[in-house]
Design a protein around this ligand. Structure first.
Ligand SMILES: NC(=O)c1ccc[n+]([C@@H]2O[C@H](COP(=O)([O-])OP(=O)(O)OC[C@H]3O[C@@H](n4cnc5c(N)ncnc54)[C@H](O)[C@@H]3O)[C@@H](O)[C@H]2O)c1
Ligand SMILES: CC(C)(O)[C@@H](O)C(=O)O
Ligand SMILES: [Mg+2]
Ligand SMILES: [Mg+2]
Length: 347
């Protein structure tokens, strides 16, 4: 554990300097890690753990995703099983089904959660909203979480590039007395950048806020609003897209990602700095009430319930895909397809 100063607030975090991969392997050497579900997080975590030398099996129902398991080198009967078989063989049962799928599959998994086993999550959802999900684990098992702060796709690509994705971690039940050590070992095993401590409640509420807010929902809304205003005022798609998205992802985003917001500002004109400094508080003021509304909707369980209701429907995937297709087909994002083609590295 390392004590670090985060903008004046001291926090305890874990990196592979304090907790090496060798130690993680030692802690989990007798465990069979059963990754249940092979959507987005499943492949990232399962492949990273396998490459790091852990004993991993996958549980996935038949269908398109099962084919992906085969392509990734999981072997039927050896390292690839049905959900029930994997839950039976595993000692750490990793619930990496979709959050709605976890509710549907809970009756299948629960009988295999025998004393001494560990139930692992990458989200606080199932446990924090147990009144809505019906997930109440037996008392004599460990219940732990490592929640990657990014897509499972990035977890894998960053691992392959020798980098790491930050993760939060939490222990909900410690029946073995060793749950925290196991959790940290798991986080190091999946290739965390650094690990920070949370609770299932705080992870669930911050995660749903972040993805509906600045990470996905708010950013999409902001970008589309600006693009629309530029187009309504006679600017071409090229100009509107470059001024809204391309410059952000290709030039300015990487600058503030690398050295902070003030560094990005310092590398723009004084004209830009003056105007952006004036407009930032106006945006903050306009957006803060929506953020407060969002946080309230998350905290009260409203957002979780919407997700449960919608994503438990038989055709949830088709419906989500139809909405993504509508997004893809908007002029703005189609303009992006052409802009990306024109990047010198792509043509
Ligand atoms: N997607 C991410 O990058 C990400 C990031 C951090 C945390 N998480 C969390 O990780 C967990 C897994 O998320 P995901 O996005 O990888 O899931 P996902 O939506 O990609 O689904 C994962 C798997 O669930 C299976 N599934 C869904 N419903 C099922 C059902 N009724 N019966 C059997 N299988 C079913 C699908 O076939 C798929 O293999 C969730 O708790 C999520 O909140 C995800
Ligand atoms: C990748 C995200 C948005 O951080 C995750 O929370 C998810 O639900 O996919
Ligand atoms: Mg999430
Ligand atoms: Mg998230």
């Amino acid at each position: 554990m390392a004590e670090m100063n985060f903008g004046g607030v001291m926090e305890t975090v874990v990196t592979s300097h304090e907790f090496s991969l060798e130690k993680a392997r030692e802690v989990l050497k007798n465990e069979t890690i059963a990754v249940i579900g092979y959507g987005i997080q499943g492949p990232g975590q399962a492949c990273n753990l396998r490459d790091n030398g852990f004993n991993v099996i996958v549980g996935q129902r038949q269908g398109k995703t099962y084919e992906k398991c085969l392509k990734d080198g999981w072997v039927p009967g050896k390292t690839l099983f049905s959900i029930e078989e994997a839950a039976e063989k595993g000692t750490i049962i990793c619930m990496l089904l979709s959050d709605a799928g976890q509710i549907a599959c809970w009756p299948k998994i629960k009988p295999y959660l025998t004393p001494g086993k560990t139930l692992y999550y990458s989200h606080g959802f199932a446990i924090n909203w147990s009144d809505r999900t019906g997930v109440v684990p037996p008392k004599d098992i460990d219940v732990i979480m490592v929640a990657p702060k990014g897509s499972g796709t990035s977890l894998r690509t960053m691992f392959c590039e020798g980098r790491g994705l930050n993760c939060s971690y939490a222990v909900y039940q410690d029946a073995s007395g060793k749950a925290e050590e196991k959790t940290i070992a798991f986080g190091i095993g999946i290739g965390a950048g650094y690990l920070f401590k949370t609770t299932f409640q705080r992870e669930a509420t911050s995660d749903l806020t972040g993805e509906r807010g600045s990470l996905m929902g708010a950013i999409e809304g902001l970008l589309e609003a600006q693009y629309d205003v530029l187009r309504e005022n006679g600017h071409s798609p090229s100009e509107a897209f470059n001024e809204t998205v391309e410059e952000l992802t290709q030039s300015l985003g990487p600058l503030f990602g690398a050295k902070g917001m003030d560094w990005m500002y310092a590398n723009c004109s004084t004209t830009a700095q003056r105007g952006a400094l004036d407009w930032a508080p106006r945006f903050r003021e306009a957006i803060k009430p929506v953020m407060e509304w969002l946080y309230y909707s998350v905290k009260t369980g409203n957002e979780a319930q919407i997700s449960i209701d919608k994503n438990s429907q038989a055709d949830y995937r088709e419906k989500l895909n139809a909405e993504l297709e509508a997004m893809r087909n908007k002029e703005m994002w189609q303009a992006g397809v052409t802009v990306r083609k024109l990047r010198p590295e792509n043509n």
